[in-house]
Design a protein around this ligand. Structure first.
Ligand code: SAH
Ligand code: F3S
Length: 456
C-alpha cells in the first residue's frame, strides 16, 4: 500500500529545494505526499539552526508530533508506527542532543546525506533506536538525487552551490552545511533545461555563497556570471535570479552579467549586515562599509535600475550606539527595496557567542525597531514610486479574490491584477496603479482584452 510523507520546511529557500528533493527520492520507494502530519507514515522536519528561535521551534513541533505518533499507536496497535525524522541544520548541529532530548525521534540526518534517505528509512523500520547520520559524505548528494521538476510551476529554485568557507563569526552555516561545493555546470544546465521544458519561466539559483560559484565545466571552471549568461540561452527561460551573495565575492563577470544579460532580473539580495567597520571586522566579514558603497555604485552603473535588498544584524557583541547609527546612515544612503533584519542571536560554537560586550536584549529590540521603521519606509517609497509605470509581471497563480491573479515584478514585488486564468504562466505588461506596504495593485496594459500586451 502506498505510504504517505509529510515534510515541513523551516528557514531558507535551500531547505525548500532540499525538501522537494527528499520527496522526489522517496517517491519511487512508495511515498506519496500527505496533506497533514496526522495522515503521514513518515514525517520529516527540515530544520533551520540560524537563530535560537528557529532551532527551538523544532523542539516544540516535535512535542506535538510525539502525541500524534502515540495516538496512532493507541488507536491501532497493529498499525505500522509513524516514522518521525529530523533533517536539516538542527540535525547536523545537534544530532546527539536530539536523540537525547527527543528519543521518540526515529531518524536524525544532516543536509549532505539526503541521497541516502531510502536506505535510512529502511533501517529506521528495522531499528529500535534512532538512526543517526550527520556525515559529510565524500560523494556529492547531487549525483544521486533526482533533478528538480517543473510540476506545473512557472518559477523554481535550483541549487548550484552549497556550504560556506567564510566563517562569519556569528554564523552556523559553515558548520551545518559544510565546505563550499559547486555543482558541475553540466548538471546545472541539464536541470535548468528540464525545468524550462516543463514550463518554468523563472529560475532562482541558490547557494549559501552563490556568487562564489565555480562549477567544473568541459573546459576549466565557470563563474556565476558565466553560468548566468549560458542559462539565459535556454529556450523558454525568461528570468534568472540568484541568492545569497557575499559582497566581497562579486567579480567582474557577475557585474558584466548584470550589464549584458537582460534575463538577469534587476534585483539583488546583497547582505551587508552592518554599516560600521569595527562591527564588520568583528563579524569577520571581508568588506568594510565603503567597499559595500563602492560595490553598489559599480553594480548600479552596470544596471541602473538595479534594486537592492539586504540582511542586517543589530546588537552584535560590542555594537555601540554610534556603530548602529552608521548602519542607519548606510541604509539611508543606499536605499533598499526590501530587507531581512535580525537581533543578534548567539549560536553555540560560533566565535561571536564568546565575545565580550554582548548587547542587552532591550537595546537590540530598540535598534531593530528603529532600523525596521527605516527599511519599511524605504520599501513603501519604492512601491509608491512604481505607481504609474508599466512592469512585466510573471503571473504564476491565482490570488485570494475571484478573478484575481498574482505575480512577481522584476523587483520581486508581489503584484495583484484582475486577469483571465489564460494568462497564468505568462509575463504580462501591467500598469501599476496602487501600492501597499508589501505589494502592488495593477491592471492589464494598455487596454483590457487586447492580446498584444502579452510580452511573452
Ligand atoms: N549566505 C547565507 C546567509 C546566512 S543566514 C545564505 O543565504 O544561506 C541569513 C541571514 O541570517 C544572514 O545574512 C544574517 O543576517 C542572519 N544571521 C545569521 N546568523 C545570525 C545570528 N547568529 N544572529 C542573527 N542573525 C543571524
Ligand atoms: Fe554565514 Fe557568512 Fe557564510 S553569513 S553563510 S558564514 S558568508
Amino acid at each position: 500500500m502506498a505510504k504517505k510523507l509529510y515534510i515541513k520546511s523551516y528557514g531558507c529557500q535551500m531547505n525548500v529545494y532540499d525538501s522537494e528533493r527528499m520527496a522526489d527520492i522517496l517517491a519511487p520507494v512508495g511515498y506519496a505526499p500527505a496533506a497533514s502530519p496526522e495522515d503521514a507514515d513518515l514525517v520529516i522536519l527540515n530544520t533551520c539552526h540560524i537563530r535560537e528561535k528557529a532551532a527551538e521551534k523544532v523542539y516544540s513541533d516535535l512535542g506535538r508530533l510525539r502525541l500524534i505518533k502515540e495516538e496512532r499507536i493507541s488507536a491501532d496497535a497493529a498499525a505500522e508506527p509513524m516514522i518521525l525524522a529530523v533533517a536539516g541544520c538542527v540535525a547536523q548541529a545537534e544530532g546527539e542532543e536530539i536523540v537525547n532530548r527527543a528519543p521518540f525521534v526515529d531518524m536524525v540526518f544532516g543536509p549532505q546525506t539526503y541521497h541516502r534517505l531510502p536506505e535510512m528509512v529502511a533501517r529506521a523500520h528495522r531499528a529500535t533506536g534512532t538512526v543517526l547520520d550527520t556525515d559529510f559524505p565524500a560523494e556529492s548528494k547531487f549525483d544521486h538525487l533526482p533533478d528538480a521538476k517543473a510540476k506545473g510551476r512557472f518559477s523554481a529554485f535550483l541549487t548550484v552551490q552549497e556550504g560556506c568557507d567564510k566563517f562569519c563569526s556569528f554564523c552556523v552555516v559553515p558548520y551545518t552545511r559544510g565546505a563550499e561545493f559547486s555543482r558541475p555546470t553540466g548538471q546545472v544546465l541539464d536541470e535548468a533545461r528540464q525545468l524550462a521544458e516543463g514550463g518554468v519561466r523563472e529560475i532562482t539559483l541558490l547557494g549559501q555563497n552563490v556568487n562564489n560559484y565555480h562549477g567544473a565545466a568541459a573546459a576549466g571552471e565557470w563563474s556565476l556570471g558565466r553560468l548566468i549568461a549560458e542559462l539565459a540561452d535556454i529556450d523558454g527561460l525568461e528570468r534568472i535570479r540568484y541568492t545569497t551573495s557575499y559582497p566581497a565575492d562579486v567579480d567582474e563577470e557577475l557585474i558584466a552579467a548584470h550589464r549584458d544579460v537582460p534575463a538577469l532580473m534587476p534585483y539583488l539580495h546583497l547582505p551587508v549586515q552592518s554599516g560600521a567597520d569595527t562591527v564588520l571586522k568583528a563579524m569577520n566579514r571581508r568588506h568594510g562599509a565603503d567597499d559595500y558603497r563602492r560595490l553598489v555604485e559599480t553594480l548600479r552603473r552596470a544596471r541602473p535600475d538595479l534594486a537592492l535588498s539586504s540582511d542586517f544584524i543589530v546588537g552584535f557583541p560590542g555594537e555601540t550606539d554610534k556603530d548602529f547609527q552608521e548602519t542607519m546612515d548606510l541604509v539611508a544612503e543606499i536605499g533598499f527595496v526590501g530587507a531581512y533584519s535580525f537581533k543578534y542571536s548567539p549560536r553555540p560554537g560560533t566565535p561571536a557567542a564568546a565575545l565580550p560586550g554582548q548587547v542587552d536584549e532591550a537595546v537590540k529590540k530598540r535598534r531593530l525597531a528603529e532600523l525596521q521603521d527605516l527599511l519599511n519606509a524605504q520599501q513603501r517609497t519604492f512601491n509608491d514610486a512604481c505607481v504609474g509605470s508599466v512592469l512585466p509581471v510573471l503571473l504564476d497563480g491565482r490570488g485570494r479574490h475571484p478573478g484575481q491573479l498574482i505575480g512577481r515584478s522584476p523587483f520581486m514585488q508581489a503584484v495583484h491584477v484582475s486577469a483571465p486564468d489564460a494568462l497564468i504562466g505568462e509575463i504580462a505588461e501591467l500598469s501599476i496603479d496602487g501600492a501597499h506596504p508589501n505589494s502592488l495593485a495593477a491592471t492589464l496594459a494598455p487596454a483590457a482584452g487586447s492580446e498584444e500586451r502579452v510580452v511573452a
